[in-house]
Design a protein. Structure first.
Length: 244
């Protein structure tokens, strides 16, 4: 093991903890803080399942980084096989909740149809982003340097809602601040690469345009008349489905 490897391991442990903090801080007022105080949100069961599965992914990420940092790479690889199935579960639950949450808001007359349709489309776009990076991480699992950076990008897809809520709570929604917070793990990773490798890893160079596409999808899909109409059509077709 080279002298730089322990430092790299510590960096990725810190990065995983940093992303977990973003999610916890973003959802603390509306979800985790209420659970901590014993207040059970009046959400459908699938929302609580969604929270558990997505935080489980972040916990799995931290566990995997800690295993590598302590030299237990064999266990890391064995757990990675479980992680592949878990990542697929994240996608399934993410898609399921993209239907369930807007339907819940419609069923309790909390939201109008246009807002619910946008939330549906946001869920689809977020899961597509995660699936792209997670699928690439699986494909490159035998190339550790690419794999770990692709996993970081997949985790960045997961923390998007938390980053959005955190920025909204602290600053009101400011696009530039949101992007800086959301992309901060990638920016830190790029900075670390430049300090230690003197170059940016191709995984980040390819990942940034994909992150930009997710930003563009907010305008081209989520806020477009055609996209909202698709969302409205889907939700109207499912509006009789009980999700509580």
């Amino acid at each position: 093991m080279s002298r730089s490897e322990p430092k790299a391991h510590r960096f990725y442990v810190g990065l995983a903890l940093f992303m977990i903090i973003i999610v916890l801080a973003g959802f603390w007022p509306s979800y985790f803080g209420r659970i901590f105080r014993g207040i059970v949100n009046d959400w459908p069961w699938v929302i609580h399942l969604h929270a558990a599965v997505f935080m489980g992914f972040m916990g799995l990420l931290l566990t995997q980084v800690l295993l590598v940092s302590t030299g237990r790479t064999r266990l890391h690889k064995k757990l990675g096989k479980v992680g592949i199935g878990y990542g697929i579960l994240v996608i399934i639950i993410g898609i399921l909740v993209s239907f369930a949450l807007p339907l819940h808001h419609l069923n309790v007359d909390a939201w109008e149809m246009g807002r619910a349709a946008r939330l549906l489309l946001v869920g689809w776009c977020d899961m597509a982003l995660f699936a792209i990076f997670f699928g690439a991480a699986i494909a490159y699992r035998r190339r550790p340097e690419a794999h770990k950076r692709l996993i970081v990008l997949a985790a960045v897809a997961i923390i998007l809602p938390g980053a959005s809520r955190l920025v909204q709570a602290l600053f009101g929604f400011q696009v530039l601040i949101f992007l800086l917070v959301w992309w901060s793990p990638v920016l830190l990773g790029i900075g670390y690469d430049l300090l230690t490798r003197r170059r940016i890893h191709p995984a980040y160079l390819l990942g940034i345009p994909i992150l930009l596409l997710r930003v563009a999808s907010q305008f081209l899909i989520v806020e477009s008349k055609a996209g909202i109409e698709v969302g409205r059509t889907v939700l109207l077709a499912l509006s009789g489905v009980a999700v509580d």
